[in-house]
Design a protein around this ligand. Structure first.
Ligand code: 8YV
Length: 314
């Protein structure tokens, strides 16, 4: 006999989370169902578990008339239509805090890599170029002016780490953050103009689309570096590619792109760019913690009707 309140898995999940969902909730994996499955069974599901990569849009919500919760594996939830969810009384959770360390580690690692050109130097050694001459000099990291766009949990964790590098730190966010000693910049342009390197740590979605515009990149300038561990949508990607190929930006460390897994072809040959396949949170420890938190959100919702870590109201 089938429980009335079923769980739908949308998109691939961490294997241990998937196993837990199947074992404890007899979850159905949407990707494996035949066409038209939701026409017959859409009304069975009260909860969806998905990832920041896939999410639940309005069209899918329309096919799940009894949906009450979207449990999102990932801190970002820009792929889920939270406005429609709020209108329909559908609760949405994410996985904050547990990935903050790893994402901040990746931002700092990317900053150091792209300024010192470690990955490019590794390619230089592997090509056998060392015997032919010295590797070009890089840029010093310690003591530089670092701008952070978005001073939330992750932005603050990045700032704390960079204090250890004697960085001067400034930030821009929608509003000034109380209780921090970092310099507040009134706009992304002003932050970029001040910074040696700009680190993007905002949330994605409509509110931040294109925030790092051509004008911001121009303000960062030919000696400036960009690090993005947020969402590709926050940066005007064609403008970024043009600035990098035109030598109007010194380098970029990118973990996220506008159309993953597609990376602009022009970046593939540039040694000034570190290209990562969206791995900022991708450690065994952090992904297991994200899976546990997602599972706890689902369990508590099904038992008590409340999520553990709901996202803020849109
Ligand atoms: C994951 C992420 O890659 O948490 C986020 O917002 O982008 C990453 O941690 C993603 O959730 C996995 O799909």
């Amino acid at each position: 006999e089938r429980p009335l309140e079923r769980v739908l898995q949308v998109g691939p999940l961490l294997p241990s989370l998937h196993r837990n969902l199947v074992e404890h909730y007899d979850a159905v994996l949407l990707d494996e169902q035949p066409d038209g499955y939701l026409d017959r069974h859409g009304a069975d599901f009260v909860a969806v578990v998905t990832t920041a990569r896939v999410g639940v849009d309005r069209a899918l919500m329309d096919r799940l008339p009894r949906l009450r919760a979207v449990v999102n594996f990932g801190v970002g939830y820009d792929t889920t239509d939270v406005v429609t969810a709020a209108e329909r009384g559908i609760a949405v959770s994410n996985t904050p805090d547990v990935l903050t360390d790893c994402v901040a580690d990746t931002a700092v690692g990317g900053l150091i890599d792209v300024m010192r050109r470690f990955a490019a130097a590794d390619r230089f050694v592997r090509r056998g170029d060392w015997a032919r001459g010295q590797y070009p000099l890089a840029a010093k990291v310690s003591g530089k002016r670092i701008g952070i766009l978005g001073l939330g949990r992750i932005g603050r964790a990045i700032a704390r780490r960079l204090e250890g590098f004697d960085a001067e730190i400034a930030y821009h966010s929608r509003s000034r953050v109380e209780g921090v000693s970092y310099i507040y910049a009134e706009s992304p342009e002003k932050l970029a103009a001040w910074s040696d390197a700009l680190i993007v740590a905002t949330s994605g979605g409509a509110g931040t689309r294109g925030l790092v515009s051509a004008a911001v990149l121009e303000a960062l300038g030919p000696d400036g570096y960009l690090v993005n561990v947020a969402r590709g949508s926050v940066v005007d990607e064609p403008a970024l590619v043009a600035a990098l190929t035109g030598g109007r930006l010194a380098g970029a460390a990118l973990d996220v792109f506008a159309d993953e897994p597609n990376v602009p072809a022009a970046l593939l040959d540039l040694d000034s760019v570190l290209l990562l396949p969206h791995i900022a949170s991708a450690t065994r420890e952090t992904r297991e913690a994200m899976g546990d938190l997602a599972f706890r959100n689902l369990r508590q919702f099904l038992e008590k009707g409340v999520l553990v870590t709901p996202v803020p109201a849109p």
